[in-house]
Design a protein around this ligand. Sequence first.
Ligand code: 6PG
Length: 636
Amino acid sequence: MKLKHVYIIFGVSGSGKTTIGRLLAKELNIPFYDADDFHPQSNIKKMSDGFSLDDNDREPWLHILTDQIKNWHHDKGAVLACSALKIKYREKLESFHPNLIRWVFLEGDYEIISERLKARKDHFFRSELLHSQFETLEKSTRGISILVNQSTANMIIEIKSKLNAQKSQIGLFGLGVMGKSLTKNIASHHFSLSVYNRNVEAKEVDVAKNFVKELSEDVKPFDDIETFVASLEQPRIIMLMISAGPTVDQVIKNILPFLDSGDCILDGGNSHYKDTIRRELKLSKQGINFIGVGISGGEEGALKGPSIMPGGSKKGYDLCASFLETIAAKDKTDRACCSYIGLNGSGHFVKTVHNGIEYAEMQLIAEMYHLMRNFLGKKPDEIYKIFTSWRTRNKDSFLLEITTDILLKKEGTDYLIDKILDKADQKGTGGWSSISALEMGTPFSTVSEAVMTRFLSAKKTERVKASTLYPLENSTSHEDIEIIIQHLEEAYYTASIINHAIGFDLLKQTSLEYDWNLNLSEIARIWTNGCIIRSDLMEKITTLFFNTGETPLLLFPEVVTLMRAGINKLTFVVASGLQMGCALPVLSAATNYFLNYSAEQMSANMIQAQRDYFGAHRYQRVDKKSGEYFHTDWKN
Ligand code: 6PG
């Protein structure tokens, strides 16, 4: 149900709150209430006796009013006349939903107000108390301010026009699919919002204007940058929802002339973290707060609540924290899946690693499906049942969930999945995370294999030709197939744990390199809802890292137990699958990673010997001190 605004007319006693409040309520066709009517009897007596109320007296009164305001939001809205002299009273009154309160301050100096009061009869408030009211009054820049030394008719006209012209709290730039969904999300939380989309003849005409017509909330549309920026409250918060790359630099260049020091730009696209580092540095020198905001959850997440990974200016984050945390998904304890990640490019980097993990998780599920569908003779509805049963055993994930939906989708009597061309596209974030791992010197094989597998899938024509040259011979018995199927669940889960260990390890290494001080538990927590890689496993990882982010995931005792239970099944499935001719690149990469990771002896002694042989690169010895290097003349 759509919540309604409550207009609070505030100011000292005698400023005309009741008169103006009643008139405004009539104009807006909503009920009027006078806060004085909600005072406990003890307060009324105290004021009638000529004493001022103190904070203790006001406490129960504000409490009653706050409850009433909540009811009015859910009903028709209301106009409330209330002194609300201190900022903390106003904060209490708007505590249910700050965005739904419209503050109207009635402003007049002591002389004018005292004259008005002296002229009043039948009112329990005594004019001598006015001094104390003026002393208590704390002005604020929130809402609108109306001078009382004019006719009530004029005051109403001015209130209406100022309310209409009120600036927006948030500006959203770019109304593509994600921008539109995010706009709906922001507006549904009653933030006042201006949206901008460029006008391109015959291509993008009146996009913003037409889009806001679809919305039930009041959103202001713009296709001119200057007026869009001018429509925003200062310091301004502008969220860019545009394609990553040079467009971001161009848009920043276009809006910069209209910004003031202290304003905040948020880049909500999948930008490369190094671009974000560069942009943040440049803009900070001009006094602009820049935040690279990783947003995950696709179109639906943006609409219903995504996982949000903001990194950059901390001052900027503080400015928009309540906005970002309000629109984010909520975790199982109802905390926002949004947390300040760290300085400069850290938010976008964390999103890139999220996408790396996402690539490998998608490929893992795809390999499970491929093995069952094309080698173990299972139909999509049978695979659906198998995946669905895994979901009930603490292995649920968003990706598994959507896969089960995909498997049941039919066109007539045919399964749609069978009709989809097996060439995978990519926009690049999986590759970026792999490049980062190479730069960091950190193993990242599951993700890199997922990226490479997408590349290989694109060579469709060549693959088709090769398949005729290398036909498969499959002699797997019915019994073997049953055993493989029994082991798939644990094989999948074990590989998924390894993939997550690899992803979090890259976060840790990069954090050290850039001094970001990433909090792995908090990152896992904000990935428990709203994002593409949300899963039961992510919940478990959040808890494990909560106690210590220092221990590598695969060394936690609880994970060791899981790995010991699953690793033989993983190796069996990989070996059997490969034997049958089924490529399992990410399952294999996970297996190889783990077998090497858990091996005291790897093959690297031979690599070192070879390097020394042909390049005199030298090697260390197990029987000598660490750090001491040796060279051998291998031919003699
Ligand atoms: C998300 C997704 C999102 C997008 C990917 C797709 O977290 O919401 O990751 O960012 O869907 O960029 O990436 P590819 O096109 O590279 O698969």
